[in-house]
Design a protein around this ligand. Structure first.
Ligand code: UDP
Length: 237
């Protein structure tokens, strides 16, 4: 990655789990505030920021499907609603420190947020507003990583999560697993490095979207990733 201001417009994916921090509550307001502050600092540099939020801190469809007769589609609809909760929380936090922010949802909830309209989202970004995309792709059986790849603004996906990046093996199973500076899409897929689901990673590969995976919990990381400083792991060709 080249230093400083490499990206004019970025898509930041904030995973739900990272929003929870080590709180017992679903959302840690200290984390949403630190995201807001870091995003504010880069929007001041003129970089346009769009965000896709996950929902795993509140509800993950795949974990609930099958419980008490809950079918997968219904569970995933609940999961997508969870992302809307996170989006509204994040929007309120951003606006409390003066960042104009719009939420767009992949299915209509017009009393709460705008529907997703690509051209309108771009217009908001051009006007210096942050756009938060909620409700994933709007379809069950997908993830918000896939939504992030689909919405990817200017060909870079920055995935803020609760691990430092991509390891060469599962660090929970293998204590000698090493953090990688960079890795190819092919290796992520063939070695099943489980940083994103297959649909999301193959979509990035097919469209040459570089992905930077980094830890949201470390102060400064969001602005580093957005301004193109080396952080976490770069997944690319
Ligand atoms: N979800 C879905 N379709 C999508 C995106 C998300 O059905 O396009 C549902 C799914 O149930 C998922 C939940 O929303 O478990 C939360 O999203 P995700 O797991 O991607 O959040 P994250 O892992 O980023 O916290």
């Amino acid at each position: 990655l080249e230093p400083s201001h490499k990206w004019r417009r970025v898509l930041l994916k904030v995973s739900g789990e990272a929003l929870a921090g080590d709180q017992t509550q679903n959302i840690d307001p200290k984390i949403t505030m630190s995201i807001a502050r870091e995003v504010a600092s880069v929007t001041r540099l003129g970089i346009e920021v769009a965000i896709v939020v996950g929902g795993g801190n509140i509800f993950r469809g795949s974990s609930w499907a099958g419980c008490s007769g809950l079918d997968r589609s219904s569970a995933d609809h609940i999961g997508m609603l969870a992302t809307v909760m996170n989006a509204i929380f994040l929007q309120a936090t951003m606006e409390s420190i003066g960042i104009p922010t719009r939420v767009q949802t992949a299915f209509r909830m017009s009393e709460v947020a705008e529907p997703y309209i690509r051209r309108r989202a771009i217009r908001h970004l051009e006007k210096g507003r942050v756009v938060i995309f909620a409700a994933g792709t709007g379809n069950p059986f997908f993830t918000t990583d896939t939504a992030a790849a689909l919405r990817c603004a200017e060909k870079v996906l920055l995935k803020a999560t609760n691990v430092d990046g991509v390891y060469d093996d599962n660090p929970r199973r293998n204590p000698n697993a090493c953090l990688l500076d960079s890795v190819s899409y092919h290796d992520v897929i063939s070695r099943d490095l489980s940083v994103m689901d297959m649909t999301a990673i193959t979509l990035c590969q097919e469209n040459d979207i570089p992905v930077v995976v980094f830890n949201l919990g470390k102060p400064g990381n969001i602005s580093k990733a957005i301004t193109g400083e080396a952080v976490g792991t770069l997944i690319g060709g």
